[in-house]
Design a protein around this ligand. Structure first.
Ligand code: G6P
Length: 613
């Protein structure tokens, strides 16, 4: 999704912002641009380029580009094709106001028609371009004044960075339903970014803007102020972001995706750290202290998420029902927000999101809150919009996830869901002994994951064997049905191969019709309560000559004679098997993607953080 970087401070090389913008590349984009106030010419210079940020860098080339304030943007097209004209920054008719924008202006067509009638000339097909023209209309020398008046007419979602030639010592920011933060640098330097990972090399002190707030940054001591649209000042102290620079580097791995897969022993350890109390067979979740009593009254669980996180939520459904005895249901954010959900204060809403910024998930949690449901977030990004929207939260602590396809953040979500089901279970009928067993098994996970990762080269070999497949089923039952859905999604995302997840029991209801010698299946078949059923499904596929790769439990030698290839995972509690079975699927997808020459970290057409509907 689009990325914003802003800078105001000394008259220094503007490439400071370029480096920050590159840190946002992982979010997905298709063009980029820059605008900055040139103190010598007293004009705003601007450049834009289609494609990778290096193309913009080439355009900036040998020029001596000093300036302040500066705005950078990476665009992920929503309105209008991927062209230089549609790339940001956009400007008004006079070359005075320059704007970068993340989000969507919903009433842009009406605004644009009106502005054209009033004599404004538009040069792009974007919704964004109405903003500089609206500001132009109200501009009388004070940028924030004009911005405030312009935004009163705008409907939609936006994070905005704005500069003006005729009010040159300011960088104005505005936020509504799209993330934006201020970074406090040294010596009266300030940065702005849509994501903290952009600016962590410069500062860890950040201030998040809230919806309906405007910030005015100037390069003087204490040079930032925040106010709402009615000009009431807002006081908010900076906070330290928990992410560090090392987290955002590749550490010698060929891709972030592989690095993040390999980091899972650590990310799971971090997700569990200090949370399991073995003596009590329970867990300590600081974030839930305030609603402890309310949680005892809960009778149902509603899980809300999008993409990979929604499949993790589906595993959660099985966990909550089996261990907490709570009727449980998962919805994807985009559906939930437009349904007429039947939930109330007895329904606990659990929201799952890596970024904490997914627009549909955010809207869904707002809807759940409106219905009186208590809300808990399982979120990776501290201070993100969803983290701030939910009543209480449990952070996953997986660290920054850069590759678009989620890996370590999603298994950390599973670990936290297991903790939450244990917590809710112990508030109800779950026995001390079972609680202790779950706690012990959770603590073994980092070691068990290491064993799975040691098989990476075998999995690469299997990926080579199946490199030319066109279609694939990923099949599982019970806890591993959502794991199959997730495996298929990973393969689509990184290998661009048509893959679908199916529940073993559904095989005979249609999927079997497609099976022949060219249509392989990955069967997740650990030695658990549905093992025999899964073996029957595998036999049905083999009887129709379909190749089968099994993900099975170590020590199961029998399976070898039934299937074509086996990937072993260690034995663990049934509820935790998805954490282990998803990892070979991640590796399989990764190696297939690499073999096909795909940009696995940034798959085509996809974005890391989907901040628009
Ligand atoms: C995008 C990403 C997925 C992610 C989904 C939900 O589609 O590419 O990897 O699972 O959004 O994102 P969230 O940040 O809410 O977990």
């Amino acid at each position: 999704m689009c990325g914003i970087v802003g800078y105001i401070g000394h008259n220094r090389d503007i490439r400071i912002g370029l480096e920050a913008l590159k840190r946002l590349e992982y979010r997905g984009y298709d063009s980029s641009g820059v605008a900055f106030y040139n103190k010598e010419t007293k004009q705003i210079d601007s450049m834009r380029a289609v494609g990778k940020i290096v193309n913009l860098e080439e355009k900036m080339g040998g020029l001596d580009l000093k300036g302040s304030p500066v705005l950078f943007h990476s665009r992920w097209a929503t309105h209008g094709n991927v062209t230089e004209e549609n790339a940001h920054p956009h400007q008004d008719c006079k070359g005075n106001v320059f704007v970068v924008h993340n989000g969507i202006i919903e009433n842009y067509q009406q605004l644009k028609d009106k502005l054209i009638k009033e004599g404004h000339t538009f040069t792009s097909q974007t919704d964004t371009e109405v903003i500089p023209h609206l500001i132009e209309k109200f501009f009388e020398g004070n940028l924030e004044e004009a911005t405030r008046k312009a935004l009163a007419l705008v409907k939609g979602a936006y994070a905005l960075g704005i500069i003006a030639r005729d009010d040159p010592n300011k960088l104005v920011l505005a936020k509504y339903s799209a993330p934006l933060l201020i970074g406090i640098g040294e010596n009266n330097e300030y940065l702005a970014a849509s994501d903290p990972s952009a600016i962590i090399t410069h500062t860890k002190n950040v201030v998040y803007l809230e919806d309906g707030e405007l910030a005015i940054l100037t390069s003087i001591p204490g040079g930032f102020s925040i106010e709402d649209y009615s000009r009431n000042p807002v006081k908010r102290a900076p906070r330290e972001t928990e992410w560090n620079v090392e987290d955002a580097k590749k550490d010698g791995y060929a891709h972030f995706m592989l690095k993040e897969i390999m980091e899972q022993p650590k990310s799971i350890k971090d997700a569990l750290r200090g949370r399991i109390v073995l003596e009590d067979g329970s867990v300590k979740l600081g974030g839930l202290e305030d609603i402890k009593e309310k949680l005892k009254e809960v009778e149902r669980v509603q899980v809300l998420a999008c993409g990979t996180a929604s499949f993790m939520g589906k595993v959660g459904e099985y966990m909550f029902e089996e261990y907490a005895g709570l009727s449980s249901k998962g919805d994807i954010g985009s559906e939930f927000r437009y349904k007429k959900p039947v939930i109330d204060k007895k329904t606990l809403t659990v929201v799952i999101s890596q970024s904490g910024e997914t627009a549909d998930t955010l809207a869904a949690v707002k809807e759940a809150k409106r219905k009186g449901s208590p809300t808990i977030g399982i979120i990776n990004t501290m201070g993100s919009s969803i983290a701030r929207e939910v009543e209480q939260g449990i952070y996953t602590h997986a660290g920054p996830e850069i590759a678009v396809a989620s890996t370590k953040a999603s298994t950390a979500q599973l670990a936290v869901l297991a903790l939450l089901s244990l917590y809710l279970g112990r508030q109800r009928d779950l026995s001390l002994v079972m609680g202790q067993r779950m706690g012990k098994e959770l603590l073994r996970l980092p070691e068990l994951i290491k064993k799975v990762l040691e098989r990476a080269s075998d999995i690469e070999g299997i990926a080579r064997k199946y490199e030319n497949i066109k279609n694939l089923w990923v099949m599982g039952r019970k806890y591993n049905y959502p794991a199959a859905l997730e495996g298929a999604l990973k393969i689509k995302e990184t290998a661009y191969i048509h893959a679908e997840g199916i529940a073993g029991g559904e095989l005979k209801h249609g999927a079997l019709a497609l099976i022949d010698e060219d249509f392989p299946t990955i069967a997740i078949v650990p030695s658990d309560s549905v093992y025999e059923k899964m073996v029957s499904n595998i036999q049905e596929i083999k009887a129709r000559k379909g190749p089968v790769i099994a993900i099975a439990t170590e020590g199961n030698e029998d399976i070898k004679s039934t299937v074509d290839d086996v990937i072993y995972i260690p034995k663990t509690l049934e509820m935790l098997t998805p954490i282990l079975s998803i990892i070979p699927l991640q590796l399989f997808a990764y190696y297939l993607g690499v073999l096909k020459g795909n940009d696995v970290d940034k798959p085509r057409n996809l974005a890391k953080s989907v901040t628009v509907e």
